[in-house]
Design a protein around this ligand. Structure first.
Ligand code: ADP
Ligand code: MG
Length: 311
């Protein structure tokens, strides 16, 4: 939870304010950051940043009860089926609550299809692999299609209209708008028992609005703040978060895949699990787990059909 940062050695009110504005409101978020990251966001020297990180880490280490609390919290983690046995297995049972799951891939690879699918499966009863809760869909590209929800709902034998009513939809036209919508989400989460927030795409507005090297730090700072907000919601409401991300060409890749996820290290650190999706033969898609805190890397193949994602 939020922490009075001025309690940390070396943090005055001005620094605490800047840290909080950048999304560093908890000891955990500071303890997990790097000195250069913190220095950029808080406008302090790397040496001072290093001291603050050390202070946060030592505070966390002596706090034995929070490890126990953390364990208690982890025991509440639930998983949402993806509709594919292979993909569920790759994810250790499905998309986790209390986490941010990112799916990145080229245009047309199936990221938005995956989002539609999960907006439906989260609504399945627990014994069928869902949470029995609703979804919130934040659409930044205007690609949400209720008709697809109807088709997917039918496959899972859910009442199509009811399924649509259980999805809160918000179109976000700018990155600021996207952030405001997410801020407001909290009241809906409680009111409508939302179990999954989808942001499709997380990054398009940020990339479109902040072009050029001189704006990069500001963009990354905002993105970082946004990811922290999403993670706090995920933890606070035992909820899953799914974000989609684009690919950029990696000019340093001499061999292998020239695609890498956009968003740099801020996004790489900010998400809990990361999936890479690309086209296979015909309706097939190859999905690779490229980052997980505890699962091995692996690759599976799924199909995208009328009924959504399946084996
Ligand atoms: P991305 O979000 O990664 O850009 P999408 O999720 O929009 O890509 O994927 C679009 C692709 O999904 C289409 O090219 C098509 O192959 C597949 N698709 C969309 N709707 C259907 C459908 N009703 N039946 C089968 N495949 C579909
Ligand atoms: Mg899309």
């Amino acid at each position: 939870g939020d922490y009075d940062l001025t309690e940390l050695e070396g943090v005055g009110p001005a620094t605490a304010k800047r840290l909080a504005e950048a999304g560093f409101t908890s000891l955990e978020s500071i303890a997990m950051s790097t000195p250069s990251e913190l220095a950029v966001y808080a406008g302090i020297s790397e040496a001072v940043a290093q001291k603050i990180i050390q202070a946060a880490r030592s505070k966390l280490n002596i706090d034995v009860m929070s490890a126990y609390d953390f364990y208690q919290q982890r025991k509440a983690v639930q998983r949402i089926t993806t509709g594919s046995k292979a993909l569920d297995e790759l994810l250790g049972g499905g998309v986790e609550t209390q986490s941010i799951t990112e799916i990145y891939g080229p245009y047309g690879s199936g990221k938005t299809q995956f989002c539609h699918q999960m907006a439906v499966t989260v609504q399945l009863d627990e014994e069928k692999g869902g949470l029995g809760r609703g979804a919130m869909y934040i659409d930044t590209e205007g690609t949400f299609r209720p008709e697809r929800i109807l088709q997917i709902a039918e496959r899972f034998k859910l009442d199509p209209e009811h399924t649509l009513k259980n999805i809160l939809y918000a179109r976000a036209f700018t990155s600021d708008h996207q952030m405001i919508v997410t801020e407001r989400a909290e009241s809906y989460i409680k009111e409508r028992d939302i179990g999954l927030i989808i942001v499709d795409s997380l990054i398009s507005h940020f990339r479109g609005e902040y072009v050029g090297r001189e704006t990069l730090a500001e963009r990354q700072q905002k993105l970082n703040k946004y990811l922290h907000k999403l993670l706090r919601l995920a933890l606070g409401y035992n909820m899953a978060v799914i974000v989609t991300n684009q690919v950029v060409a990696d000019p340093t890749a001499f061999f292998g895949d020239p695609n890498k996820p956009a968003g740099g290290h801020v996004l790489g650190h900010g998400v809990t699990a990361r999936l890479y999706i690309k086209r296979g033969k015909k309706d097939r898609r190859v999905i690779k787990l490229v980052k997980s805190p505890y699962l091995p890397e692996g690759t599976v193949e799924v199909a995208i059909t009328q009924g959504g994602i399946e084996d």
